[in-house]
Design a protein around this ligand. Sequence first.
Ligand code: SAH
Length: 397
Amino acid sequence: MKETTIRVKKNYVNKLRIGYPLIEKDALMDNNKLKKEGMILRLVDEQHRFIAKGYYGKQNKGNGWVLHDEKNTSIDKAFFKETLKKAIDYRRKMYQQKDTNAFRVFNGEGDGIGGMTIDYYAGYYLIQWYSQGIYTFRNNILDVLKELVDYQGIYEKKRFNKGGQYIDDDDFVCGERAKMPILVQENGVNFAVYLNEGAMVGFFLDQRDVRQVIRSHYAKGKKVLNTFSYTGAFSVFAALGGAIKTTSVDLANRSRAKTREQFMVNHINPDEHDIIVEDIFHYFKYAIKKKLLFDMVILDPPSFAKSKKFTFSAAKDYTDLLKQTIAITQKQGIIVVSTNCSTFNIEQFKDMIHRAFIESKHAYNILETFSLPYDFHLNDHFKEGNYLKVVLIEKKS
Ligand code: SAH
């Protein structure tokens, strides 16, 4: 493929040389050479010394991704094949698991190609494209995926803006159309997944280890509150782990039917659990007024949320959210504090947690922390890629 040589500003050269994969918005001297997304960039320093090759693709994160630093290797089908094969080999043991058949197969820059992910759901593959640029390589990438894996069907989601909208086309690509929902298994628990219904499939793969530990170690005998509950994945695992009762709260209307469905596919009677469609900040006020107390509270908010009355930004408001949670958690109760916000790291997150307990005048004990699981392969030079932070805390006296 044709390459366009483009100079990198002095301050960015070293970072790229040691392996930083993102082409930041400000990194290039000749941004006016960026004409068409998908063009191959040959990055050089001011003296025209070669640094790396990448592609132009606009995301909120930057202007594209570095793909490799070998002067004489093209970015072509062979490159995509080798890169995808490595990623698939890295997940060999996941393909062989008996009781889990939903996991990430390709994790963007962590596996060498920023801007795309591939997930596996019980024989079906879902490719997500995050820029127009990466989408220009679609046919090559699809061809090599088809060569490398046995599949029942392939779906895709275009997660880039065309006039600011998520493009909600038919997401089916090839193979057999699945009868939705696809029932997948995670550590022996069933999950109904929809690959052709908007941007989200109903299930966040990155919380697998947290769901599992809640079920196996923490849920038994507990009254559990699951906030920002979406399709109730944490509630289902808690119920299967022996929780006396779960209460799931989410603002979105869809969450009630979706959560009932996830209980039912696991043979749990949803009528024995509370599913509440309400603004969680409103629910907290109610719970504090009624002096409700839970033995375990799960907090898994989005990085940003806006409802009619409240706005929430994880970076600014997490401490307050946790203070309200502490007020409705029993002594010796467990709080699962989770965020996928990449603008702060685990140390800063622990500071927010510390502040919430100090200001609430309660002691606490950190029991465990989690980050992304094995299949969310990371690039060591791209710390922002390690976005998930989950801390399990015991509220003491
Ligand atoms: N914990 C979930 C994922 C949460 S996704 C899981 O494990 O699957 C974020 C959810 O927060 C969305 O379902 C969204 O509807 C919900 N949400 C956003 N703002 C909210 C608010 N103010 N009150 C309650 N839920 C909210």
